[in-house]
Structures are given as C-alpha cells and as structure tokens.
Design a protein. Structure first.
Length: 151
C-alpha cells in the first residue's frame, strides 16, 4: 500500500469516527450510555466474527489462533480501550456537539500519537520530534482552543 492510500484510508477513518460518535450519542439518548456501548460492541463483534469466519473459510486469514495465543497480553488492552472510547465519545458529543468533541478528540489523539512515535512505543518506527512537528502541534492546540472557545 502506498503512503497516499494509507493517508486516504486514515482520512476515511476520521470521517467514520465522527459519524460513529454522533450515531452512538444518538443511540445513548434512547437506551442509556451503557446500553449504547453494549449494543455497539455486540454489533461490532458480530460483524468482526463474520469477517474472520469468511476469511478463514476462504484461506485468506493471515494469522492463526496459535499466533493469537503467543501475543503479549497487553496487546489485548485495545478491547478495553474500545469500550472506553465508545463510552467517552458518545458522552462528550451528547454534551458539547460533534464538532467540539471531535476537535478535542483529534487534538488529544494527534498529541498522543506524536508521543508514541517519538518514543517508538509498541514497536512503532521512531519518529522524533522536530521543530516542524512541534510547530504543527502548537497550531493544532491553537486551532483547538479557537474551536472550543464557544463550547
């Protein structure tokens, strides 16, 4: 996959996240935040299971269950984080709206990602801070402040 394709996919993910958070917030207003989080994860589990079953049945599954058993336990914390993310995004969008919540989410996400890159955590390629990256983060923080000022 080219870098351009990866960036396009990442941008699509960002758009999908805004939609997902808004839909989850709407659902939470109908069935409670805990109920919405549970429903979203049940549906997500069913879809992911269907994809894995399909890929396994067509011999297109790259890894097997033995690989999963050899994976360090901390790698599975993403599931716990997923619950926290669904819960907190739906709660914040319901309170301050999609644009303000998403702005805060993106600012924190990019800042955290820059730190993960800088330290090369979890086997990431190390991408150290440079002046341009620090300036970009500064502009992101300033832009976030401008968007959130009215919230």
């Amino acid at each position: 996959m080219s870098n351009l394709a990866a960036i396009i996919i990442a941008a699509a993910a960002g758009s999908l996240m805004a939609w997902q958070g808004t839909l989850n917030s709407f659902l939470a207003r109908r069935v409670t935040l805990a109920g919405a989080t549970l429903i979203v994860h049940i549906i997500g589990t069913a879809v992911a299971a269907a994809v894995v079953i399909y890929l396994a049945s067509s011999n297109r599954l790259a890894a097997g269950w033995d690989d999963a058993l050899r994976t360090p336990a901390y790698a599975y914390l993403g599931g716990l984080l997923g619950v926290a993310i669904i819960w907190t995004v739906a709660a914040s969008i319901g309170r301050v709206g999609a644009a303000s919540a998403t702005t805060a989410i993106v600012a924190a996400q990019v800042t955290t990602a820059a730190l993960l890159d800088h330290f090369g955590l979890l086997h990431l390629k190390t991408v150290p801070f440079c002046w341009a990256r620090l300036a970009g983060l500064g502009l992101l923080v300033a832009g976030t402040w401008l968007v959130l000022r009215g919230s």
